[in-house]
Design a binder for this molecule. Sequence first.
Ligand code: PLP
Length: 433
Amino acid sequence: MSPDKASTRSASRVFAREFHRTLPKAMRGEGIWIVDSEGRRYLDASGGPAVSCLGHSHPKVIEAVQRQAALLVEAAPAGMDKVFFVCGGSEATEAALKLARQYHLEKGQPQRRHFISRRQSYHGNTLGALAVGDNPARRATYAPMLMEVRHIATCYPYREKRSDETEAAYGRRAADELDRAIRELGPENVAAFIAEPVVGATLGACPPVPGYFKRIREICDRHGVLLILDEVMCGMGRCGTLYACEAEDVVPDILTMAKGLGAGYQPIGGVMAHRRVVEAIESGSGALMHGHTYLNHTVGCAAALAVQRAIQEEDLLANVRRQGERLKQGLEERLGNHRHVGDVRGRGLFLGIELVQDRASKRPFDPDLKLHARLRDAGMSEGIVCYPSGGCVDGRRGDHVVLAPPFTVTDREVEEIVERMGRTIDRALRSLP
Ligand code: PLP
């Protein structure tokens, strides 16, 4: 069997095994707690995959969904004038890629069709989104169907920053890979660069070093390449600012959002475009060549509006920043000297813990040990839902856990998360052969 076939098969098997595991059945949610069919309570410290930013069963959202109100998204970055709503993150990525392509057509540059993205990124599971992402297990089966995309290194200071390098120098070096990739493809052929400001599922809440995205923005501008920021996971307040790119002081051409937009109450995602992109289409063909039946669906929009209003009215972003600091500090104190914890990172209530076999060399655990699955199971036993991922098949990162509790999390719950997470890691490690 060719190596390609073998890796496709083994990736599919891993996926199938994970898929068929029987987990406790969630019966209801109350704030930060999930209750299973046996009445057991789990502290939901990851909100699904960083979705449930308001906790479960928020009365205002439930009421608004029932009323089907209209939607307005306020406080967008300057110039980000238009937004339309889709049904989730993958749809948002597809729409963003098409929007970028159409922009260049409208500007008389039809040869601009190449996309550049980053390794260890995830942008969704539909074909365009899988092509720009770099999740080996999810891509393997469909590889022959995916458009060709150039992947550059992501900004991953824990592993990629050299010890003799400043953060600023590393940021420049990492960003300059984009410049090289654009030149190699020919700037006149490149449509857009897509990246997550804070990398979620594939890299465990990994923020960039300061200045990295500013340089990325400059490089895109220099070559007429659009910048698409995927804020499906890290946006809508998760990192302590409404949009994660605010902390980078960068405005993209296109921004995608989803999870925290509707907080899991309804399937909804959004695509926001800068005025210059909108104007190119409005003064060109006049219509975006894209659409789905459920575009701008009123029930989804009503839920999103209620979520965003609750976040504003309850001043929850301040709580995200405060509790995010406390959670990070608590995790650092509890796990900072742990022999298998390589890194505690993240921003706001979007935190990651990277586990390694050996701290000095940063060597990951053998993927066959499936540490991420053990962490999930250990979490269940400790009564905490976290979001582990890894089983790193590529040797480029360790296993990691994402923590993304609701924005409403309290002092006491933060302490519980730290305690239960510490016990979860120890329990998972004890289960290794
Ligand atoms: N983009 C990012 C950064 C994500 O984390 C995800 C989902 O995890 C997606 C896109 C795809 O979103 P969805 O699962 O809603 O299609």
